[in-house]
Structures are given as structure tokens and as C-alpha cells.
Design a binder for this molecule. Structure first.
Ligand code: VGL
Ligand code: ZN
Length: 216
């Protein structure tokens, strides 16, 4: 099925969600995603087409529960069992108000209405922009979008197989029509996570497109 997408970006019911375009996820950063910085011009171009843009920032307190350094004897990329489920452990990253947590300086989206910070609870991770990893604590984003009459969400940014995928799955679960713009994302790809992400997204009804599909 072909969905007519030309013109949807300017529709007041559509929003672009720009996920975690922060220095710690860029080459040289604490949790670098290969070629993450190469997305900046494309995301700027896409954002210019959208009337509504929300930007997210991974925003952890020091000694966050998702940091390997918070668990004696554990290394980054290990998995541990937490009360809310399995948690991948990461290098310390996106600590509140540090350089690594800043948005990439070349991101040029002056009309973005909301910058949403997530992962702020010391004991709960949040890949998703909507619901934290305990699968209960809401960030408020679904309500924000719905109160503004938005019913369609396009997701771009970092990392495709973690924060982009979880955000898109939760957008869909909250009832939004949801697309992932594949060429405007890069993945970490840890132990098959990228393939699993696409499988889960497809099964949930999230539609994969490329940036050209918005203008074509
Ligand atoms: C992310 C791992 C840990 C992401 C955030 O933005 O995809 N991944 N924190
Ligand atoms: Zn994080």
C-alpha cells in the first residue's frame, strides 16, 4: 500500500520527533553511534518541512542505573536484571548539563516547540520519549501531542535500534500513526538489536520510509 505522504509534514496534525542528537552519541562521544553526525544536515532539512517538531535529550543524573559504572564488576554492554526487567548497561553518557548531553551545535531547528528530557529518574532508564523502562512512568509526551491535535508522528535520530525504535513503538501504542524515516537514523546494532527493532516496528504497524518519500 502506498501512503500519500507528500505535504503531510506541513500538516498541523503531524509532528517530527528528533531523538537524542547529542554529542555523546556522535563519533568521539561516550556512546558513539557510527556516522551519527552525518545525519545533522538531513534532519535540519526534514525539520524545516514540519510545522511541529519535538526534540528529545537523553538526560541522566550522575550514577544513573543504566551506567555500568553504577554496578560493581559490570562492564558496558552487559545486561543485568533490574526490578523492571532486563537492562543493558552503558558507558556513562548524557549526564545532565555536561557537554556530552548538549544537542549537536549544527542542529538548526529554531521552530522546535518542545525539548523533552528523558531518563532523568536515577533508578529508571528511558529509551522511549513516551514511557520509561518500568513501562509505567509517563513522560507526558503523548498527552502533549494529543492536546495539540497531533495524530501522526515521524521519528528520526539516534539510535535507531534503541531510543528511536522504543519511541516509535510507544507512539504507535499510544494511538499515533507512526513512521520511522530510515535514512535519517543510525543504529548501535548490539547483538542483533537492529534486526529485532525493524521486526518489532513492522509487527506493531510502524511504517518504514525514507526522507525522499515525504517530498516525492
Ligand atoms: C540511547 C542507549 C542509552 C539512545 C540512550 O539514544 O538510543 N541508547 N541511552
Ligand atoms: Zn541513555
Amino acid at each position: 500500500m502506498t501512503v500519500p505522504l507528500s505535504g503531510i509534514a506541513a500538516d498541523p496534525r503531524a509532528a517530527l520527533l528528533v531523538i537524542d542528537m547529542q554529542y555523546d552519541f556522535m563519533p568521539g562521544g561516550a556512546l558513539a553511534v557510527a556516522e551519527g553526525d552525518a545525519l545533522v544536515p538531513l534532519i535540519n532539512q526534514l525539520a524545516a518541512q514540519f510545522r511541529n517538531v519535538v526534540i528529545t535529550q537523553d538526560w541522566h543524573p550522575a550514577a544513573h542505573i543504566s551506567f555500568a559504572s553504577s554496578h560493581a564488576g559490570r562492564a558496558p554492554f552487559d545486561s543485568i536484571a533490574l526490578p523492571y526487567g532486563s537492562q543493558t548497561l552503558w558507558p556513562d553518557h548524557c549526564v545532565q548539563a555536561t557537554r556530552g548531553a548538549e544537542l549537536h551545535g549544527d542542529l538548526d531547528i529554531p521552530h522546535a516547540q518542545l525539548i523533552l528530557r528523558k531518563g532523568c529518574n536515577a533508578g529508571i532508564d528511558s529509551y522511549s520519549a513516551f514511557v520509561e523502562a518500568d513501562r509505567t512512568t509517563q513522560t507526558g509526551l503523548a498527552g502533549y501531542l494529543k492536546e495539540r491535535g497531533i495524530d501522526s508522528v515521524f521519528v528520526v535520530g539516534l539510535a535507531l535500534d534503541f531510543c528511536v525504535a522504543w519511541s516509535a513503538l510507544d507512539a504507535r501504542a499510544a494511538g499515533f500513526n507512526t513512521w520511522v524515516i530510515a535514512d535519517a537514523c543510525k543504529a548501535i546494532d548490539l547483538a542483533g538489536s537492529l534486526e529485532k527493532a525493524w521486526r518489532d516496528l513492522t509487527a506493531a504497524g510502524v511504517v518504514r520510509i525514507d526522507s525522499a518519500d515525504l517530498t516525492g
